[in-house]
Design a binder for this molecule. Structure first.
Ligand code: SF4
Ligand code: MG
Length: 341
């Protein structure tokens, strides 16, 4: 499949400044060497606990922030290091939808102005006289009443507000939409409606999504491929079924072991892996494999050698794992283990 967006050695370090002179005391290594390809029309899920760098990754991909180093290529053009006119032209193709529809929309703007705002920055996309009509088409496309164009965000429900955010995200007809926890703030029933809408839009518009979330079930539902992040790096990356059914990285195996099993006959028959300790600070990540302080499989080598994200040992599928001792583990069912539910 055709690659539309490509991240290479992407790094974002934030300086930690202290004292009256604001001297740099160290760096928060929010994103620390991320590599992936996004294919045309696919959904790549990005999961991980809070603080793993997934939101920063999203902001780097749309160049809301410049990376410390590395590249983000859209159809071969480097967006991470572009500026001025070139960056503006590239940005039209990659838009972002944020988590919280309660705070990401300006309460003093009508939905018409909110959805039409991208046309102020990219006036060539829709001529001035046609914008109102285009906004009404967008409202219709996301399942809102086009006649509500003059209403304000507070007149809509949470789910409707996220639809407004999505309408704004697709206003410029982008090819890639970065979705940063787009349904996390919504009730479960509303989540499903918004996810369904996103799937419909993907088919109709040929969009590729990077879908960032901490909810493993939602990510599995919407994603073609999934990557698991830990402390600024990707631990595992592969087809959704590969990663969920045959995870090879111990961190993925632990995360999945905590997801409730929907099939009642499997309940109580699954190994529950309890990770020891907290996630270490991204300002001072562990040497070698960043997961070694919490990994039950860690050996001496893990303390010194950084594992690269490479094809899994048995070479089945396009499944990558950053673990020296990666081996497929079938998560359900097992019998000789502690009870989850
Ligand atoms: Fe665990 Fe070592 Fe693999 Fe890291 S490289 S996940 S510490 S076994
Ligand atoms: Mg986040």
């Amino acid at each position: 499949p055709e690659v539309i967006l490509q991240a290479r050695d992407l790094v974002k370090h934030y300086p930690i400044r202290r004292g009256i002179l604001r001297t740099v005391q160290g760096h928060v290594k929010a994103v620390d060497g991320v590599n992936f390809d996004l294919h045309k029309g696919e959904t790549l899920g990005v999961v991980g606990e809070s603080g793993c760098g997934k939101s920063t990754l999203g902001r780097l991909l749309v160049r809301l922030e410049a990376p410390t180093s590395g590249t983000v290529e859209f159809e071969g053009a480097d967006m991470a290091n572009a500026s001025g006119k070139e960056l503006r032209a590239l940005r039209r193709n990659i838009q972002i939808v944020f988590q919280d529809p309660y705070t990401s929309l300006n309460p003093r703007m009508t939905v018409g102005d909110i959805i039409g705002e991208p046309f102020e920055i990219h006036p060539e996309v829709v001529p001035k006289g046609g914008r109102r009509k285009r906004v009404q088409e967008l409202l219709d496309l996301v399942g809102l009443n086009p006649e509500h164009i003059n209403r304000y965000p507070h007149q809509f429900s949470g789910g409707q507000r996220q639809r407004i955010g999505i309408a704004r995200g697709i206003a410029l007809d982008p090819k890639v939409l970065i979705c940063d926890e787009p349904v996390s703030a919504l009730d479960v029933s509303v989540q499903a409606q918004v996810v369904n809408l996103m799937e419909k839009l993907q088919t109709e518009l040929g969009l590729a999504y990077v879908f960032i979330a901490h909810d493993l079930s939602v990510v599995r539902h919407i994603s073609d491929r999934v990557s698991v992040m830990y402390l600024g790096k990707m631990a595992e990356l592969g087809h959704e079924e590969e990663v969920y059914e045959r995870p090879t990285h111990p961190y993925t195996q632990a995360l999945l072991s905590a997801v409730p099993v929907p099939d009642p006959t499997l309940r109580g028959k699954r190994q529950h892996i309890v990770l020891q300790g907290d996630v270490p600070s991204p300002a001072n990540p562990p040497s070698g494999c960043r997961f070694h302080t919490r990994c039950w499989k860690a050996r001496e080598k893990c303390k010194t050698d950084v594992p690269e994200l490479i094809l899994r040992p048995d070479g089945v599928g396009e499944h990558f794992s950053a673990c020296h001792f990666a081996e497929p583990q079938v998560i359900v069912p097992t019998t000789d283990v502690s009870d989850v539910e």
